[in-house]
Design a binder for this molecule. Structure first.
Ligand SMILES: Nc1ncnc2c1ncn2[C@@H]1O[C@H](COP(=O)(O)OP(=O)(O)OP(=O)(O)O)[C@@H](O)[C@H]1O
Length: 638
């Protein structure tokens, strides 16, 4: 429990309450920097609304909506405010779906229009003289499928649903459809706006800077058309926008109230100075310089920057930095490797994968965008059996946790099913034990077994049910296996996630995946479940840790969205960078500055930034002269 409700009220909290108590509902924006307690203010506002408006709203079947960025944040807010039925706390996707769900006719029309758009887009591409023959064939195939989808969408009985697995022919809308469709429907159908305001007369949006511009504009449209009957509150910080689709600064209408929160309770003085300097360099700083919140950290804290040679040995150099920090700050936790000691923030998942030893697995999924995204979320169907069943069973066996192992087998074992159904004899039990022990061996530390070997063991023995989409891949690789009988009818509930589409790309991904060492899947599981010290700089938004180590390593990252070398003047801007900057568009420098701000503002005690670069001397001199860290805190390799 975060105890947000136990925090003292700030001036901002009082101003928000005054607005919420007004009979005439209005809109407001809470604009504040990192560690200023925006989520705390939001939770306090919800609690206040629950107490003052809850009973009346409940009687009328109406609810107070709160939108936040991740499922974790949803859970945290729910924990804070309790389970009162008058609240509807969700991510933006779930909220938009909740709004649109009853409007099946309007959604079907939108979907048909969308499929038509996709067909036209592919036709246009095929009409271009430079389109390659293979692309043309693929586009023609896709057009045929889309036409079939269009046909199926004529069925008035087809009930539209929303899932991870976009499949228009089956009436399934994906995440990106929801983000695009619902704001369009709200803006196009005034009655949908009115019904939304009626069902949710209060709507509070956390992390508004990363809420899509279309959603912000749709909510604003509701507020405009329902003036006085709809209360809309945005809580955000344009400086913490880290996703391209985010709205960034929410522009207030002339009658909206803007509430600024200048305090920072998280960062001690020396870190606060660094993040204030970073902030002041951005065009989206909103003129905000933070001050320490009363009762916040009293120690000065630590803020150090190290410039290291990118050609040098990574592990050794980082170990030296950590030993130096432990010594200088008399804090041995800097040299400890468990996830609670130091949070290491990297630019990309790939860089975490490299350090944690699952780079081959990462690369297997990186070749196709959709597969890469599911991999990063930890929701890819091909990995799920490992995450939910295989690794937990192997670990239960290894740790001699018989009850846990049995519970998993009861749930997932085909052999045990056969025994329970009476179609196999009692000998199956010792066999099951042997098969489970083999599985534990295959996944034990130091094992060289591949993913394929593990899956084939399971397929042959029926030890654990797998996803049937793996079948063709295993069969083709080793057609001597008599696995068809054993292979489960499990899975397939998300068939549309990949279906036949993009089958070639998927085929390549799965083939590469099956060839990976299975131990890499264990490291990957540890990473995505937050059991390691590593996190990405984008993914860390909203969190705080005592010791934060930020790694800046442009040359090792594959993405082009961010460049610390450009930010520090160590690399020239491109023509596009200069043009975007001059036109006032978002650009590499601004994006990197914001990411740097988010990363550095996570530390509650000690912040260390490491820049890996080629020309360490120039970088060190420049950062001492112009950088956000105090000159004496910019170090060479210790
Ligand atoms: N009124 C308050 N009094 C004392 N401490 C507070 C107060 N409000 C928030 N805090 C503390 O400040 C820290 C930051 O709070 P919170 O996570 O709500 O901020 P935030 O603005 O959402 O942060 P960020 O934007 O950086 O993710 C937390 O440790 C919280 O306990």
């Amino acid at each position: 429990m975060s105890n947000r409700l136990g925090k003292d009220d700030t001036e901002a909290d009082k101003a928000i309450r005054a607005l919420l108590d007004d009979d005439r509902k209005s809109a407001f924006i809470v604009m504040a920097g990192a560690g200023s307690g925006k989520t705390t203010s939001l939770v306090k506002a919800l609690d206040h609304l629950g107490r003052t408006q809850g009973p009346r709203l409940r009687r009328g079947g109406r609810r107070i909506a709160c939108i936040t960025y991740t499922n974790n944040a949803v859970e945290e807010i729910r924990e804070d405010i309790g389970t009162d039925g008058c609240f509807h706390v969700s991510t933006i996707h779930s909220f938009l779906w909740e709004v649109a769900r009853p409007f099946q006719g309007a959604m079907r029309q939108w979907m048909r229009h969308r499929v038509g758009e996709l067909i036209r887009d592919k036709q246009e591409r095929n009409a271009r003289p430079r389109t390659r023959a293979a692309t043309r064939v693929a586009n023609d195939r896709a057009i045929r499928r889309l036409r079939e989808d269009l046909e199926k969408l004529q069925d008035p009985d087809l009930r539209l649903t929303y899932g991870a697995a976009q499949d228009y022919g089956r009436g399934i809308l994906g995440h990106s459809d929801i983000l695009r469709m619902v704001p369009e429907l709200i803006e196009r159908h005034p009655n949908l706006a009115a019904i939304t305001a009626q069902a949710f007369p209060y709507l509070l949006v956390d992390e508004s800077q990363d809420t899509t511009a279309a959603a912000v504009s749709a909510f604003t449209a509701i507020e405009r058309s329902e003036q006085g009957r709809f209360c809309l509150g945005f809580f955000g910080d344009p400086m913490q926008q880290v996703y391209g689709i985010g709205a960034g600064t929410v522009e207030p209408a002339s009658d909206w109230t803007v509430i600024r929160k200048p305090e920072n309770w998280r960062c001690p003085r020396l870190i606060l100075e660094v993040i204030n300097t970073i902030r002041s360099q951005s065009a989206t700083d909103d003129g905000l310089q933070q001050i320490p919140g009363p009762g916040g950290p009293t120690m000065p804290g630590h803020a150090d920057l190290f410039v290291l040679d990118q050609e040098g040995d990574d592990e050794t150099q980082l170990a030296q930095v950590r030993s130096y920090l432990a010594r200088e700050q008399q804090d041995p936790a800097w040299t400890e490797n468990h996830d609670e000691a130091v949070k290491v923030l990297v630019l990309e998942h790939r860089l975490a994968a490299r350090r944690l030893g699952f780079e081959q697995l990462y690369d297997s999924f990186a070749t196709a965008q959709r597969e890469r995204e599911r991999f990063a979320e930890g929701t890819h169907w091909a990995l799920k059996p490992f995450l939910e069943r295989i690794i937990p069973l192997a670990e239960a066996v290894r740790d001699q946790e018989g009850v846990a192992a049995m519970a998993l087998l009861r749930r997932y074992s085909r052999s045990l099913d056969a025994f329970v159904e009476g179609t196999s004899s009692v000998e199956v039990l010792p066999q099951l034990k042997r098969d489970a022990a083999t599985l534990a061996d295959l996944l034990s530390e130091g094992s060289q077994a591949t993913v394929r070997e593990v899956l084939e063991h399971l397929a042959k023995t029926g030890l654990i049910r797998l996803d049937r989409r793996l079948l063709p891949h295993l069969r083709r690789d080793d057609d001597t296996l008599a696995i068809a009988d054993h292979f489960p009818e499990d899975g397939g509930e998300e068939n549309g996630q990949t279906g036949e589409r993009d089958s070639e790309k998927l085929e390549a991904v799965i083939t590469a995946y099956l060839g990976c060492p299975a131990r890499q899947v264990v490291s990957y599981r540890d990473y995505i479940e937050g059991r390691t010290s590593y996190q990405t700089q984008q993914g860390v938004k909203g969190a705080e840790f005592p010791r934060v180590l930020v790694l800046l390593e442009d040359d090792r990252s594959k993405g082009t969205n961010f460049s610390y070398e450009k930010l520090f003047g160590l690399k020239d801007l491109t023509e596009t960078d200069i043009q975007n900057k001059e036109l006032g568009k978002d650009n590499t420098l601004e994006r990197t500055l914001r990411l740097f701000y988010v990363s550095c503002s996570r530390a509650t005690r000690s912040l260390a930034v490491v820049l890996f670069t080629k020309d360490t001397e120039t970088a060190r001199d420049r950062l001492r002269r112009d950088g956000p860290f105090m000159a004496e805190k910019v170090h060479d390799a210790p």
